[in-house]
Design a protein around this ligand. Structure first.
Ligand code: AMP
Ligand code: GLY
Length: 431
């Protein structure tokens, strides 16, 4: 089969690495890809939100299956576009359609879905531009911290948490009246604050059945000890010791099964990944958000633990045959440490030559923001490289990730030194 992966980050590099191992994969293309993906296939420049351009590419390269990496083409309806196009009707595409992708594309949609189907989540109210006064009144009757969320996609920046009422009122008006996040904040949600530990849980579903993928913990803040601005994610580990059997059962019964049933009841066809951001509140799982794609950098620790031919899994999902599949998970631990450009998630410089990109034993280097210039790999984004280590224990995998993190170098490299530390103390096997 000829495969096309859409996207350019560490997640897509991981997909390319994994899919290239499948005997079913003949030609592999990545659009637009990055400096690392060209090792496994051909990078082709394309705007992944220009569906006519993607269509031409699919026809020209005789693509049989398209794997969509990021959320925006899904929210913009790429799957519907394929289904409605005569020439693309028989091309397999992995991901939910526009309606299903609303689970990520609109927080009002996803929160109403959770409420309707009794899926535990923070209490909320949604306000539009005609309801500014009601929103302010609601804030005044709530207690801090105040959680404000833009309804639509805001490149991971649409959540503001305020400790005091004055800040909350100002932020609320700024989002709604001044359209701080453009169209995305035409509606704003005010949510109850949930206190606990966040865990990322992943399934693949064909809308009838589902397969659980390994869970992961993401480290979102730029600074050590979870301080500073939110980023796309500065590191991740899998498995997460807090995700024990009892918690997993609760997630299955209270969240995953109700989600699949809810999709069916609401007549929402859904095929693809579903990434459920969870908060563990005193041992009980609550949904923070749904994403209709895999996480980044979680993919860089989740996919290396899957032993299956991943292309086979994707095909059986698209063909509605997930029931016959079983996921085989490597019991070992994976960790990834993100090397970013100094200044990220704010202003940063790019264009620096990266040195020391040779893998060591039990490691995989995934590129995120890189580009190949002549024979050099050059930094080309905020998050630049993911250093994935594989070990018998978390300590062992982190040791490998950090060995890579030190060895790979360029001007302006930055990374967190405490990825996974919070889990080590609690891990009996590492003591
Ligand atoms: P989201 O974009 O929905 O993933 O939110 C970004 C981050 O804000 C999450 O990863 C959480 O750390 C935090 N967050 C979102 N909603 C809540 C909530 N209701 N209570 C506490 N923290 C939250
Ligand atoms: N790492 C969080 C995300 O991909 O949304």
């Amino acid at each position: 089969m000829n495969i096309l992966i859409l996207g350019s980050g560490g997640r897509e590099h991981t997909f390319a690495w994994k899919i290239s191992k499948s005997p079913l994969c003949k030609e592999l293309y990545i659009a637009p890809g990055n400096g690392g993906t060209s090792k496994y296939g051909e990078n082709i420049y394309a705007d992944i939100n220009n569906f006519d351009e993607i269509k031409n590419l699919v026809i020209h390269k005789k693509i049989d299956l398209v794997l969509v990496g990021p959320e925006d083409p899904l929210v913009n309806g790429i799957v519907d576009y394929f289904e409605q196009s005569y020439e693309l009707k028989n091309v397999k595409i992995f991901g939910p359609n526009k309606l299903g992708a609303q689970l990520e594309g609109s927080k009002t949609f996803s929160k109403s879905f959770m409420k309707r189907h009794n899926i535990p989540s923070a209490k909320f109210k949604s306000f539009n531009l005609n309801e500014v006064d009601e929103g302010i009144k609601f804030l005044r009757s709530s207690s801090p911290p105040f959680v404000l969320k833009a309804d639509g996609l805001a490149a991971g920046k649409g959540v503001i948490i305020c400790k005091n009422l004055e800040d909350a009122e100002n932020s609320f008006k700024n989002m709604l009246v001044n359209k701080q996040f453009g169209e995305a904040s035409e509606k704003v949600l005010i949510e109850e604050f949930l206190s606990g530990i966040e865990i990322s849980c992943f399934i693949i579903t064909d809308g009838e059945n589902y397969l659980s993928l390994p869970e992961a913990k993401d480290y979102k803040r730029i600074g050590e000890n979870d301080t500073g601005l939110n980023t796309g994610g500065m590191g991740a580990v899998s498995p997460v010791n807090l995700y024990d059997q009892e918690f997993e059962k609760k997630v299955e019964n209270r969240i995953i099964k109700r989600t699949i049933e809810g999709l069916k009841k609401d007549n929402i066809p859904y095929k693809g990944f579903l990434f459920i951001g969870l908060m563990n509140v005193n041992g009980d799982p609550y949904v923070i958000e749904y994403n209709v794609r895999m996480g980044d950098p979680e993919t860089q620790v989740v996919i290396p633990r899957i032993k299956n031919d991943f292309l086979e899994v994707l095909i059986s999902c698209i063909d509605m045959d997930l029931k016959s599949m079983k996921i085989n998970i490597d019991k070992r631990t994976t960790s990834t440490v993100i090397l970013s450009s100094k200044g990220y998630p704010e202003k940063y410089q790019k264009g620096f030559k990266i040195l020391g990109l040779d893998e060591i034993k039990n490691s995989i280097i995934f590129h995120a923001g890189t580009i190949k210039e002549e024979n050099n790999i050059v930094s080309n984004g905020g998050r630049v490289i993911a250093c994935t280590g594989i070990g018998q224990t978390l300590l062992e995998s982190l040791k490998i990730s950090y060995e890579l993190a030190k060895k790979i170098d360029w001007k302006d490299k930055y990374y967190r030194k405490d990825i996974g530390n919070d889990l080590i103390d609690k891990r009996k096997d590492d003591k």
